[in-house]
Design a protein around this ligand. Structure first.
Ligand code: PMP
Ligand code: GLU
Length: 398
């Protein structure tokens, strides 16, 4: 047989998705698994949103829509961006996508020419580098360390820029670290981004999960809206992961290119999900109460993890993840005689011997850490901490 696409053969599958799929499969087989793997809120989609979806079916809103999505929803996105981010967009600049992940995909497709360098602050969400490579670009990582609260500085940014740099992917609040940039910090970065004439993809899916301080969209800063593709969605804010509904707001010429791609590919996301999303975007009560619940869960997890030897964790100000440093455990041996050499070995050990699914930091570009999602019930978090603690304590020096 002839060789399949090199471009596709050469990228890695999503490890977060792989771990979530495996954990769900083991659970379905009746295994005793606790999963803090995927970043997926445990609460059900709010009832008013479900009812809007059901009503759309009853109203027979079941035909093709425009590739950008239905006008009423794009107007609701414009109203949301004005209300929450003080940003003015027209509905022609808004495109609905099948989840925010698809919005990242489309954005990179319109930006990248072969060889373009795309800056990615690291640790990063697992999907960015693979999609950059898939589009023929080169990911260039800017390392952000725990001692700087996992945030990059203007000097770090400046050093990473070359004549080939095309854009930066900015994820604020950040998955996996929970880092949140203040307005002043963003201001300093945007001076360089505008001076160097870079595009910016701003992934803001965790916008509503900022526990300490305020959220500022980078697109709202001077000179940024005309170079930013702003990405958001309802997966996290309204616990709608399976509805697959995201969106982007972009300068009009970019929006037109994305519309062209969309018209030749998925055409548009589900009409039913679009009607449900109108209801979601117009009402933030649900996300506010979910945020309060997450705040308590974050405190519980931090409190528990800090009592476990060899685990280092600072309180992250945003998102719903904890990115804990576990490298002091490397070199130790599991009860079954396996040496733990890296974050993958450690997570494999926890899954196989303790029935706990968490994600190795390697997936996010930092092998010294592991990621916990605390978007899970208190009972699940308690079990997860018990298993994690036991797993760590059972490791012995060789
Ligand atoms: N961006 C980030 C940073 C994420 O963590 C995720 C994970 N869900 C997404 C985008 C994609 O979200 P979705 O496709 O479910 O809207
Ligand atoms: N974004 C979530 C995560 O990081 C869901 C899985 C995925 O799409 O990566 O776990």
């Amino acid at each position: 047989m002839k060789t399949l696409s090199h471009r596709t053969l050469n990228i890695a599958p999503s490890l977060t998705v792989a771990i979530d799929t495996l954990a769900k499969q083991l659970l379905a087989e009746g295994k005793d698994i606790v999963s803090l793997g995927a970043g997926e809120p445990d609460l059900d989609t709010p009832e008013n949103v479900c009812k809007a979806g059901i009503q759309a079916i009853l109203d027979k809103e079941l035909r093709y829509t425009a590739p950008t999505g239905i006008l009423k929803l794009r107007e609701a996105v414009c109203a949301k961006l004005k209300r929450d981010n003080n940003l003015s967009y027209s509905p022609e600049q808004i495109i609905m996508t099948s989840g925010a992940k698809h919005a990242v995909f489309n954005s990179l497709a319109v930006l990248i020419n072969p060889g373009d360098e795309i800056l990615i602050p690291s640790p990063y969400w697992v999907t960015y580098p693979e999609l950059v490579q898939w589009m023929g670009g080169t990911p260039v990582f800017i390392k952000a360390s725990a001692k700087n609260q996992f945030k990059i500085s203007p000097t770090d940014l400046e050093k990473a820029i070359t004549p080939k740099t095309k854009a930066i992917i900015f994820n604020n609040p950040c998955n996996p670290t929970g880092a949140v940039y203040s307005k002043n910090e963003l201001d300093a970065l945007t001076q360089i981004i505008t001076k160097q004439d870079l595009y910016c993809i701003s992934d803001e899916v965790y916008e509503h999960f900022v526990y300490d301080g305020d959220f500022t969209s980078i697109a709202s800063l001077k000179g940024m809206q005309e170079r930013t593709i702003l990405i958001n969605g309802v997966s996290k804010s309204h616990s709608m992961t399976g509805w697959r509904l995201g969106y982007k707001a972009a300068p009009i010429e970019i929006a037109k290119l994305i519309t062209k791609i969309q018209s030749q590919s998925i055409h548009h996301p589900s009409n039913i999900a679009q009607y449900a999303a109108i209801e979601a975007l117009n009402n933030l009560d649900f996300v506010h109460s979910m945020k309060n619940a997450f705040l308590k869960r974050r405190s519980y997890m931090i409190h528990r993890l800090r009592t476990i030897p060899n685990i280092q964790i600072d309180t992250p100000p945003g998102a719903f993840y904890l990115f804990a440093s576990v490298d002091k455990l490397y070199g130790k041996q599991s009860p079954s005689g396996h040496t733990i050499s890296n974050s993958s070995d450690f997570c494999k050990y926890l899954l196989e011997e303790e029935g706990l699914a968490i994600v190795p930091g390697l997936a996010f570009g930092d092998d010294s850490c592991v990621r916990f999602s605390y978007a899970a019930s208190e009972e699940t978090l308690q079990k997860a901490c018990d298993r994690f603690e036991k797993g760590v304590l059972n490791l012995k020096d060789k």
